[in-house]
Design a protein around this ligand. Structure first.
Ligand SMILES: *Cc1c(COP(=O)(O)O)cnc(C)c1O
Length: 383
């Protein structure tokens, strides 16, 4: 362990490393009924809506809890009890969306591709043409379990062409990858405080099409996750329906101000892209190989093949890298052994270079010589 009690840098897809200004914003107490706090909520909702250019068509409804709570609230409120949801899966978050949809009693159909294969608009065209009972399509924009980016603009256009409703989990892409409600039609899009806006975890939010949400009263099978009720109560009173995570909201709003000062989504994408390139190049010099092909890789989180050397175990590798100040993330694949490194958070290419150095030192300490996957190791997951 380091002698200095500094927080490690979190190379994880949320919670992630936040700026000092964001952390400092959490040092005050706020009354949830107070006008000053409710002004923060309104300001936050306005800024969020502008990031997706949804001011004319959508509303932003925040929800307490981690990101999954907001996915569940969106599905449970948008989809009528007799609805039928097609969930497009190529990783753990797609599987989770299908599971929660099923648990809420909505008819659920899944379409699954391998973890390194994006869903295509042609897939969606075929599936929707074949089943007229499908009312909604669920899509994960960036599937964080690998870092793969699914083609949101093309799939959104295809769902619209078929006259169905699109629900997007954009948790790990929002504010980093361009999302434009004017050109990518969706009825609900979900993200959370502790991802690319670089706030603390504890709150999600849903961009819902106003004309759709207005007709969703009574759909929800859950009291606390009723997005329609949360929205109408907030519009009427300016307050949250139940206790808000006040410190998280205020810190998240501070993080939003920093996002705008940095230059908004394009600037954030540029920084994460630089982080990603620095990481991939540095790790390649050490012998590491990335699991996904570059053309389908989002600059959010990278999946690396684990070294095939017998001296390697993830646990020891993780602990040694952590003791040098960097927290890695385990892999989530079943077919091949991997680990993940996030590119997001209040960090830049310098931190990525230091992280690569820590990994290099760890390889030497552990006596790991064979870093590159041996020939014959599947470069990609089996389907
Ligand atoms: C982080 C994330 C979520 C939410 O996960 P929680 O554990 O509930 O915060 C959902 N979908 C994706 C794609 C994510 O990256």
């Amino acid at each position: 362990m380091s002698l200095y009690s500094r927080d490690p840098i979190l190379l994880t897809p949320g919670p992630l490393t936040t700026s000092l200004a964001t952390k400092a914003a959490m040092l005050r107490d706020w009354g949830s009924w107070d006008a000053a706090f409710n002004a923060v909520t309104a300001d936050m909702r306005r800024k969020l809506l502008a990031i997706v250019h949804g001011q004319e068509t959508h509303v932003c409804v925040p929800m307490q809890g981690s990101g999954t709570f907001s996915v569940e609230a969106a599905v449970n409120t948008l989809v009528p009890r007799g609805g039928h949801v097609l969930v497009l899966i190529n990783g753990a978050y797609g599987t989770r969306m299908a599971k929660l949809t099923r648990m809420m009693g909505r008819k659920t159909t899944t379409f699954e591709t391998a973890e390194d294969v994006p869903t295509t608009p042609q897939d969606v065209d075929r599936l929707l043409a074949a089943d007229a009972t499908i009312t909604h399509v669920g899509l994960i924009h960036c599937e964080t379990s690998t870092g793969i980016l699914n083609p949101l603009p093309e799939i959104a256009a295809m769902v619209k062409k078929h006259g169905r409703s699109l629900i997007v989990d954009a948790m790990s892409s929002f504010a980093a990858i361009a999302i434009d409600a004017r050109t990518m039609p969706f009825d609900a899009l979900i993200a959370a405080s502790g991802k690319c806006v670089e706030g603390p975890p504890g709150m999600g939010f849903v961009f819902a099409r106003r004309t759709v949400l207005e007709r969703c009263a009574g759909h929800s099978t859950s009291l606390s996750l009723d997005l329609h009720d949360q929205w109408t109560y907030m519009e009427k009173t300016t307050q949250w329906r139940y206790t808000p995570p006040t410190h998280v909201v205020v810190a998240f709003n501070a993080a939003l101000d920093q996002l705008l000062a940095e230059g908004g989504q394009p600037a954030r994408l540029a920084r994460y892209t630089a982080n990603c390139r620095t990481l991939v190049d540095g790790m390649a010099e050490l012998g590491f190989r990335v699991f996904l092909k570059p053309e389908i890789q989002a600059p959010i989180i990278l999946t690396f093949h684990a070294p095939p050397d017998p001296a390697y175990t993830f646990k020891a590798f993780y602990e040694r890298v952590r003791d040098k100040g960097f927290v890695l993330y385990p892999g989530k694949l079943t077919q091949v052994e991997t680990f993940r490194v996030g590119c997001i958070g209040a960090i830049g290419p310098d931190e990525m270079r230091h992280a690569v150095n820590a990994v290099g030192d760890t390889l030497a300490e552990m006596g790991i010589r064979q870093v590159t996957p041996k020939a014959g190791t599947p470069a990609r997951a089996a389907a």
